[in-house]
Each structure stands twice: as C-alpha cells, then as structure tokens.
Ligand binder design. Structure first.
Ligand SMILES: [Zn+2]
Length: 274
C-alpha cells in the first residue's frame, strides 16, 4: 500500500493518479503497515511518570487511559501528568487509596476508602473517567467487598468500574453479578482459576449474560500471568472476541516497553484468532 497525506488527510495513492493535480505533502511507503487515524489504549499505566504518554504516542496511541495506577493519595500527581500529556489522557482511580502496592492494593480493607476516593474524583472530575478494582487473590483481601466499594464511588459520579479479573478468590460469576452496563472486565484472557471459560472450553453463561447487558471485555495483554495460550485458544475458538485490545503498557518496568506497542498487540490478537 502506498499512502500519502494531503494536508491532514491520509489516503492510498491511485495507480493512475493524476499527479499533475494531486501533489501530496508527504509520501510514505506503507506496504505491510497499518494506516490508522490513531489508537486508543484503554488500559495503560502511562500516568506513573511524565515519559509515559510520549511512549504511547510513539506507538500510535493518540488517546490513553491509566487504569488504576493512582489511588486517592496520588491522584493529584497523576492528574498533572494527564494535563501535560501531548495527546488526550484520562484516569481510572484505584479504589485502593495508595494505588498499586506490591503487597496488595486492598489487602488491608481500610485502604478501599470510599470517602477518600470520592473526594479525589471530585477534585479531578475532568480527567477521571472511572474506578479500577484489582481483584486478584493477594491484591484484594475481600474481592466482593472491594468491588462493592468501587461501585459505590463510581455510581456517585455515574462512572464505570473496570475490574481486573483472573486468579480471584471469588468465582467470576459472583463478581460479574456486581457489574452494570458500561463496566469493563480487563485481562479477559486470564487463565484459571476463574477464567471466562470452564474446563470444557465453554464460555460461562454468566459471561455471555454480562456481555448481553453491556459489560465490556478487554484484553490488556501486559504480563505473562494474564494470558495462557491454551486458555486463549479456548476462548477464541468459542467465538468470544474481545471488545478492545489494550496493552497494560508502562514505562516503569524495564524490558516491557517493546511488548506494549498497541499496534503489534492488536495485529497479534487478530492473526492468532484467524
Ligand atoms: Zn494494569
């Protein structure tokens, strides 16, 4: 494919283009490339530092959401990164007030502080677009209660919740029961326990019901433990395609940058699914 830009427009150059009238400003040989107007990455951690948004932009990400790096205690700093970003960015606030912690965001249930999160969202309502609840065993002491509190904050502002599924203590259906239309399940390819398919490779009926009522399912292929190929194959063979492909991208973990390029992730998922 040969593409050219006329002012801000991108288009393929016809074989018999009347070159006397069409004089492109830029001509790019895009053979084998994706030509897209820009990509949205709905699960990143680009707000952790000022270099994050630029990393996304270098990979074609023209809009990004940081999915819960910050809780109430760091929201001011991360909102500043959003406001300084060269492309539009937004935040999901972590219901754990200290954000992502090595020992678990809400292993101490007191960290799931509804009042603190509510006050922080009110301060930054222009950049906060939802609430994140990381529910993995070892991250949340009581996943059902943490999700309940996340919903309490979110519904006060008419915002969605994103849950981080997989390896949860509670069965997935009981968590899905707490999700409303517009909420998002991220890491949808997570392996058992509590993946979206049963041992026979069938998508759980509660997962299908959640999709029917408007819950979104997102890939977020950022870490090996969020994806296992046998689980991936079962899910794709079942025909349950993702609603979105995101990267879980971050600048803060060495060696992960290249694996977080959104165009590559999107192409890989589509090719592996073919
Ligand atoms: Zn993440």
């Amino acid at each position: 494919m040969l593409s050219a830009t006329w002012r801000s427009r991108v288009g393929a150059l016809p074989r018999s283009a009347p070159t006397s009238r069409l004089v492109p400003r830029t001509c790019i040989n895009a053979t084998g490339k994706l030509v897209v107007p820009g990509l949205l990455d709905i699960h990143t951690h680009y707000a952790r530092e000022s270099a994050g948004p630029a990393l996304g932009l270098s990979g074609g990400v023209t809009g990004w959401i940081d999915a819960g790096s910050a809780g109430a205690d760091q929201l001011d700093q991360m909102a500043a990164v959003v406001r300084a970003s060269p492309q539009p960015g937004r935040l999901l606030i972590n219901i754990g007030r200290s954000g992502i912690l090595p020992d678990g965001d809400t292993m101490d249930l007191r960290l799931a502080d509804v009042d603190a999160a509510t006050a922080a969202v009110a301060r930054h309502r222009d950049v906060v677009v939802g609430v994140k609840a990381r529910l993995t065993r070892g991250v949340a002491a009581d996943d059902g209660e943490v999700l309940r509190r996340a919903q309490e904050v979110a519904t006060g502002f008419n915002l969605p919740v994103m849950i981080h599924m997989g390896q949860t203590t509670s069965p997935l259906p009981s968590l899905l029961a707490q999700l409303k239309p517009g909420d998002i399940v991220t890491h949808m390819l997570a392996p058992p326990p509590n993946s979206i398919v049963d041992d026979a490779g069938q998508v759980l009926p509660e997962v299908l019901a959640a999709r029917r009522r408007g819950v979104w399912f997102d890939v977020a292929n950022g870490r090996v433990d969020h994806l296992r190929w046998d689980t991936f194959d079962r899910i794709i063979q079942s025909g349950f395609w993702p609603d979105s492909v995101s990267t879980d991208g971050s600048t803060t973990e060495p060696g992960r940058r290249e694996r977080h390029r959104l165009p590559q992730r999107a192409v890989e998922v589509s090719e592996l699914s073919a």
